[in-house]
Design a protein around this ligand. Structure first.
Ligand code: BGC
Length: 610
């Protein structure tokens, strides 16, 4: 696909347009605001190149038609043409990281950690294509996905965004996912964005936005590896990472952004900064802007502070501290992507063939998600061949995650930090709803802790336990002195010092109610099948010991039927852990190939019926 970026006729169009642009118009192209912080009038007046929705930032009633209307208004503003304004279509970006999951009623696919366990690159392409269709249904053109992080420490709150701790495994998905989203850059395509460049999954103690200490060879081998196939496939954009490399912020790192990614690896699209990502380069925002631009970032996610960003870039250019050639390089790349994607030829969002398309959240996409759920489940234990279950068995269902579609979807679903109920996830089935659909004699405990289990009435129990939703640093498990999170968006009033998700990976300490639920049932002699909902492998020795069968379901998304498909034996288990499973809480940083590698379950582990 790189060919479109190299197409001489496209390059010619870009040069012609660039030649007509004023400095203000160029800086505007380099600027991205958040939808809550800019009106269509602003887009026009400041020539903004892009607008985004942060996690959970949704227009109107959050239906596809609300999104199309919003995008239509922004598009129209960007396409206004007179002596002071050039018609350059805006590109709108969203975090469709497991389906177009900000939008009510979207098909929510498993988070990446589950997809990693499925070990099926062909399936990735179909998931990405279905996701592209659901993004297009909302009139949006760009998603900040796929994440190519190689998470090396399970304490990291973004572990679930990573396909695997193994760079080769992540690399084996990169091209398929990008191909599924971008395709031939035709009508059914979306602009992809691989992130976060680079080393996001390698920070010390797994601290979100922390410091990755590594030699250049280690960095290349572990964290750069997955980007090669993505670039080869022609990925059009890359997002810079919040983390530092050996103490220096990636957002200001000229070697990483310009020399390695653009010059050595030949990336020809544009680099977008992460949310206020340049702000951390320097305490002086003016200096930060200069360093970010000069390091090689092309478009700036400056959600709220975009006016100051614009002002500072202009001052830098006037002072000669940012060269005009750097501005031109950035704008050239942005226009090249917009042209290569065919954005200039597209009609207004309301008139695009895929806008408001009926396939959004429809049966065809949900079938793909259900298949992904089936393939992602990992069977860790199955004593006495308790699984597969008979559909006429008298099954007792309990546990806080049994009937909660919000919990099974995890973070980045409808809201940034996810949701905690069934109603917010429109469509799909909870695991309980899925069991009920298969097994008419199943009952849901009237008490989450399963105290009403009765051996005279129940042949066995399914207990669904695990984590609650979280995203980014708020999902970190932090020990010792690093126990507070100081980040968030002030748009939603999130800019606070927050507690991390927990202080240990040991589930029995983090969520004692789960072990209590299992014990309430097992002590009555009822065999228990545990289904674990989690964004990472957790230390579950006690829960394993109390259960007869144990399934890691990761964060399966909206389609609970994928779980029942396998529990009742209509399909066999085929998932294999793409992360090493820790035996003890203090060995969160445990990865395939380590010296003294002694996990509870090794990378690639997974039982099956056959
Ligand atoms: C995250 C990115 C995301 C961006 C836009 C940031 O906080 O790190 O992964 O794409 O927000 O929502």
């Amino acid at each position: 696909m790189t060919s479109k970026l190299q197409d001489p006729s496209i390059k010619q169009k870009v040069e012609a347009l660039l030649g007509q642009m004023t400095l203000d118009q160029k800086i505007g192209q380099m600027t991205q605001s958040e939808r809550m912080c800019c009106t269509p009038e602003d887009v026009k007046n400041f020539h903004l190149g892009s607008v985004l929705s942060g996690g959970g930032s949704c227009p109107g009633d959050n239906k596809p038609s609300d999104w199309v209307d919003m995008n239509d208004a922004y598009w129209e503003a960007s396409m206004f043409a007179d002596d002071n304004h050039l018609a350059i279509p805006l590109i709108y970006g969203v975090d469709a990281i497991h389906g177009n999951s900000n939008v009510a009623g979207a098909t929510v696919f498993p988070h990446n950690i589950g997809l990693g366990a499925a070990n099926d690159p062909e399936l990735m392409e179909r998931i990405a294509r279905a996701t592209a269709h659901e993004i297009l249904a909302t009139g949006v053109e760009w998603t900040f996905a796929p994440t190519l992080a190689v998470a090396r420490n399970d304490h990291w709150g973004r572990t679930y965004e990573s396909y695997s701790e193994n760079p080769e495994h992540v690399a084996s998905y990169a091209a398929s996912f990008v191909r599924g989203l971008q395709g031939d850059l035709g009508e059914e395509s979306i602009v992809a964005c691989v992130k976060h460049w680079v080393g996001d999954g390698g920070t010390t103690h797994g601290i979100d936005q922390g410091n990755t200490v590594a030699t250049i060879d280690e960095l290349r081998k572990t964290h750069v590896t997955p980007y090669y196939p993505a670039i080869e496939e022609g990925v059009l954009t890359v997002m810079a990472s919040f983390n530092s490399w050996n103490g220096e912020k990636c957002h200001g790192h000229k070697y990483l952004l310009t020399e390695l990614l653009k010059e050595e690896m030949g990336f020809e699209g544009y680099i977008i900064s992460d949310w206020d990502g340049i702000d951390y380069i320097s305490e002086d925002y003016y200096q930060a802007v200069g360093r970010g631009v000069n390091a090689g970032i092309d478009m700036f996610m400056a959600p709220e502070g975009w006016r100051t960003f614009i002002k500072h870039v202009r001052s830098h250019v006037n002072a000669g501290t940012i060269a005009m050639s750097r501005i031109d390089d950035a704008v050239r790349r942005i226009l090249l992507v917009k042209h290569a994607y065919g954005l200039f030829e597209k009609p207004r969002p309301a008139e695009r063939a895929w806008s408001n398309h009926a396939s959004f959240g429809g049966a065809e996409h949900r079938a793909v998600a259900r298949e992904a759920v089936r393939k992602s489940l990992v069977l860790l234990k199955n004593e006495n061949a308790l699984l597969p279950l008979k559909k006429d068995a008298r099954i007792f269902v309990a546990g806080k995650n049994a009937d909660n579609r919000g919990h099974q979807c995890g973070g980045f679903t409808v809201a940034w930090q996810g949701v905690n109920d069934n109603q917010s996830i429109v469509g799909g089935t909870s695991i309980w709803e899925a069991i009920q659909a298969e097994a008419p004699n199943a009952i849901l405990s009237s008490d989450v802790l399963g105290k009403d289990a009765d051996p005279a009435q129940h042949d066995l129990a399914i207990v669904v336990i695990g984590e609650r939703p979280y995203a980014e640093g708020m999902g970190d498990v932090r020990t010792g002195g690093n126990s507070k999170i100081e980040r968030g968006s002030s748009i939603e009033g999130f800019m606070k010092v927050l507690d991390p998700y927990g202080h240990t990976l040991e589930l029995a300490e983090m969520h004692p109610e789960d072990l209590a639920t299992i014990k309430n049932i097992s002590k009555k002699g009822i065999p228990v099948v545990v289904v674990l909902i989690s964004g990472r492998p957790l230390v579950v020795n006690q829960e394993l010991a109390e259960s007869t069968s144990f399934v890691a379901a990761w964060l399966p998304g909206s389609e609970g039927r994928g779980v029942s498909d396998v529990l009742f034996g209509d399909y066999d288990f085929q998932g294999k852990t793409s992360f090493s499973w820790p035996k003890r809480p203090h060995i969160a940083e445990l990865n395939l190939g380590d010296a003294d590698y002694a996990p509870l379950f090794p990378y690639g582990f997974g039982l099956s019926y056959s």
